[in-house]
Write a protein that binds this ligand. Structure first.
Ligand SMILES: Cc1cc2nc3c(=O)[nH]c(=O)nc-3n(C[C@H](O)[C@H](O)[C@H](O)COP(=O)(O)OP(=O)(O)OC[C@H]3O[C@@H](n4cnc5c(N)ncnc54)[C@H](O)[C@@H]3O)c2cc1C
Ligand SMILES: NC(=O)c1ccc[n+]([C@@H]2O[C@H](COP(=O)([O-])OP(=O)(O)OC[C@H]3O[C@@H](n4cnc5c(N)ncnc54)[C@H](O)[C@@H]3O)[C@@H](O)[C@H]2O)c1
Length: 459
């Protein structure tokens, strides 16, 4: 049996950063990845990078070939090729970085616990090897939740985000099940490329966690792109036709049955922690009702030498949280042990629609429910000179401030460059700055950030 100071299960974001950190400190590290197509993890290979590359491409395609499906389809195939090239480049870089380190051994295979310090690796040719580790880190990510809809398993036209992004044929009619982050981003993207998109959501409230003014703005923006949105959609069955797929669903509100035809159906109905093959009970590790590995604020499981990082520990599923999990663990192992996962709240998020939506902290509805005395300010994106120069005048900014303390409680930016600008608001909130710090800050001009001067002037 091979002995290591650390075993890392899954070559994801947090895991690869940790592998390099430990190896640089002379630890002997084993990292195990079940698929060579996934070196570097979901973000690089199937998540953030491919989607954001294609979303950018779709904006170009829309500008060049709007209402010209034939040219859009050609453009799409080329864009998928460029995306594949970028993904391969980044995957190779990730691989080389890990392979080059003398203290790291990469194992290709699926890992499971044999005991609480021993991990079994089964390679694709079914060879087994046992590894013993002083510390073990679980970084196995998440996997799509497949809804219980008759016919989805055998269909040739039903996809997850991962499999759809590999297709180089643009679907003329795309059906999407689930109006969450993936559903909205890919609806915007495919509509930009020229697909007719229908977005079906089982819930009755669009963007249930957002304020209604924001959700309405998003709804209008998606509709302007030609995306049809149907709420209360309870999917029943799917069957393949000669040239696509037929989806049957009922409207939850009144029971009306519907049949919809598409060239492809995307399942975007959530993701769950990837713990299926880990045999966690052999190590005495507990999971919650969603299958997430239960950890404390330092990311230790019930066995303190076994840790979990990234999507597999449940909660919000973002690449930057997997990175921060690495910082929390490194701080425990080598730092002052003061970091924990609670000290990073509030965490911003972004949905990369067009315009994109970025949010941090409480919504107005949440702040009212919690009994805050608050002030709310709104600014249309069109009022910001940079939005005019970029010809992106859709959307709005919204801020919520505690009326007594002047501290920012929450902020939503639904406008061009929102993914960048939200980081400034985040910095102000994390440093407990009074809202006037942003109101009076000298921002460059013209920039979307200077919209914050006006947004916070209203208080
Ligand atoms: C379509 C899509 C778009 C996204 N866009 C964004 C975005 O814009 N911004 C953002 O912040 N987040 C985004 N996310 C979420 C982000 O990708 C994830 O939060 C992040 O990649 C999780 O990283 P991780 O470190 O938990 O693990 P991952 O990067 O998922 O890595 C886990 C690795 O473990 C491997 N593995 C699993 N089980 C085993 C096993 N038993 N043995 C060996 N190996 C195993 C897997 O193959 C995988 O490579 C997106 C996700 C998706 C699906
Ligand atoms: N920009 C980003 O940071 C980004 C982008 C994409 C994904 N992600 C991460 O990936 C995770 C997964 O994304 P997602 O969009 O799959 O999940 P999600 O949880 O964001 O949304 C899933 C949606 O599907 C709906 N739904 C569930 N079952 C359904 C059914 N049978 N029929 C119709 N609708 C149904 C849910 O009500 C929900 O609105 C997100 O939680 C997010 O953390 C992040």
């Amino acid at each position: 049996m091979k002995q290591y100071d650390a075993i890392i299960i899954g070559f994801g974001k947090g895991g690869k950063l940790l592998a390099a950190e430990l190896a640089n400190r002379n630890w002997k590290v084993a990292i195990i990845e079940r698929s060579p197509q996934m070196y570097g993890g979901t973000c690089v290979n199937a998540g953030c990078i491919p989607t954001k590359t294609l979303i950018h491409e779709s904006e170009q395609a829309e500008r060049l070939y709007r209402d010209d499906y034939s040219n859009q389809a050609k453009y799409y195939a080329l864009a998928v090729g460029r995306k594949n090239k970028l993904v391969s480049f980044l995957r190779d870089k990730n691989y080389e970085h890990i392979k080059a380190h003398p203290n790291i051994t990469l194992y290709d295979g699926t890992a499971s616990f044999a005991s609480n310090d021993t991990v079994k690796v089964v390679s694709r040719d079914k060879k087994e090897i046992l590894l013993k580790g002083k510390e073990v880190f679980i970084n196995t990510g998440s996997t799509p939740i497949l809804p219980d809809v008759e016919g989805i398993n055998g269909s040739k036209h039903v996809f997850t985000s991962e499999t759809l992004l590999r297709q180089s044929k643009l679907p003329h009619r795309l059906l999407i099940l689930g109006a969450g982050a993936i559903g909205m981003e890919l609806a915007t993207m495919y509509a930009g490329f020229g697909s007719q998109v229908t977005l079906l959501e089982s819930g009755s409230r669009f963007m249930p966690k957002s304020d209604r003014d924001i959700a309405e703005s998003m709804l209008e923006s998606l509709k302007r792109k030609g995306i049809e949105i149907r709420l209360n959609a309870y999917a029943l069955s799917v069957y393949d036709t000669a040239d696509g797929v037929t989806l049957t669903y009922t409207d939850n509100a009144d029971g009306t049955p519907y049949f919809l035809e598409g060239d492809a159906l995307l399942l975007a109905t959530g993701r769950r922690p990837m713990t299926d093959e880990l045999n966690l009970h052999a190590a005495g590790i507990r999971t919650d009702a969603q299958g997430a590995v239960i950890v404390n604020g330092h990311l230790q499981t019930s066995s303190p030498h076994i840790w979990a990082m990234g999507d597999v520990r449940g909660g919000a599923l973002y690449d930057y949280l997997s990175i921060d999990d690495f910082r929390v663990i490194a701080n425990q192992l080598f730092g002052n042990k003061k970091r924990n996962t609670d000290d990073r709240v509030p965490v911003p998020y972004v949905i990369f629609t067009d315009p994109p939506l970025a949010h941090i902290g409480l919504t107005e509805e949440e702040a009212v429910k919690r009994g805050y005395s608050l002030q709310v300010s709104r600014l249309p994106a069109a009022a910001i000179p940079r939005a005019r120069t970029l010809q992106h005048i859709d959307g709005m900014m919204k801020a919520i401030v505690n009326a007594h303390t002047g501290r920012i409680i929450g902020c939503t930016l639904f406008c061009v460059d929102a993914p960048e600008v939200i980081n400034l608001v985040s910095l102000a909130m994390k440093n407990d700055l009074h809202y006037s710090a942003l109101r009076d800050f000298i921002f460059t001009h013209p920039s979307m950030s200077e919209g914050l001067n006006d947004l916070f002037k209203a208080f």
